[in-house]
Write a protein that binds this ligand. Structure first.
Ligand SMILES: [Ca+2]
Ligand SMILES: [Ca+2]
Length: 223
């Protein structure tokens, strides 16, 4: 076999590699390590004004550009509450996602945020958050923003906002509230470029405190 023939065969083989439904060429499925579910079944007793329809179905595959990797592991974390009620801020990015006591950081009452510094601007392709998944609850006013400005004063892209009545003052959100589950919530930043990722919340259906088990940010370097 001549060299160009081998090259042709390799190229053909790559083109013939099976693509999953809904997958674009040049993408791959985002592989996640998910924690054990802490409750079974579909919660029916949660009342909230802006709640999405609960299906109880798993998320299904999510595709990201080839070469996407986890950027947030053990990166520096800042917060509006630098002295958490329970736990430490570095628990947000320590890779531990299990439910239960000892795995979450608890921030003070009302509106609070955590912010992860990725060290450099990246093209972001997935942001996952686990607030608390030991019991079914809905966190209020969940807003996910990214920016190259550590103070989020300029160049801010809002990835998700379910503050439908603008209690946070960051603008009316069009997204729905959701019930926390073990697979976490995936937010799609659609390639937005940023160094910093900030997540806001304002208590939950359980109490007025704010919790994070883990946040994961996936992306690719900016060339
Ligand atoms: Ca953790
Ligand atoms: Ca609100």
């Amino acid at each position: 076999m001549k060299r160009y023939a081998i090259a042709y065969a390799l190229a053909a083989g790559m083109l013939l590699a099976p693509l999953a439904a809904g997958q674009d060429p040049g993408t791959e499925e985002l592989k996640l390590k998910l924690p054990k579910p802490m409750f079974i079944g579909t919660p029916t007793n949660i009342k909230s004004a802006n709640l999405e329809v609960i299906t109880g179905k798993p998320r299904g595959p999510f595709f990201v550009p080839a070469g996407t990797r986890l950027l947030s592991l053990e990166r520096p974390v800042r917060s509006s509450d630098m002295q958490p009620v329970i736990g430490e801020l570095d628990m947000v990015v320590d890779g531990e996602k299990e439910g239960g006591d000892g795995y979450f950081v608890e921030l003070g009452p009302g509106k609070q945020w955590v912010q992860i510094d990725l060290g450099a601007s990246h093209a972001l392709h997935a942001i996952l958050a686990w607030h608390y998944h030991t019991q079914a609850r809905v966190y209020r006013d969940v807003i996910v923003q990214v920016s190259d400005d550590k103070d989020f004063l300029k160049g801010v892209t809002t990835v998700f906002n379910n503050d439908h009545d603008n209690t946070s003052g960051l603008g009316i959100g069009r997204d729905k509230e959701y019930v926390e589950v073990a697979e976490g919530r995936l937010f799609d930043p659609r390639g937005a470029r940023a160094r910093y990722v900030r997540l806001c919340s304002s208590g939950s259906t359980a109490n007025d405190l704010n919790h994070y088990v883990e946040v994961e940010v996936y992306g690719t370097p900016v060339k």
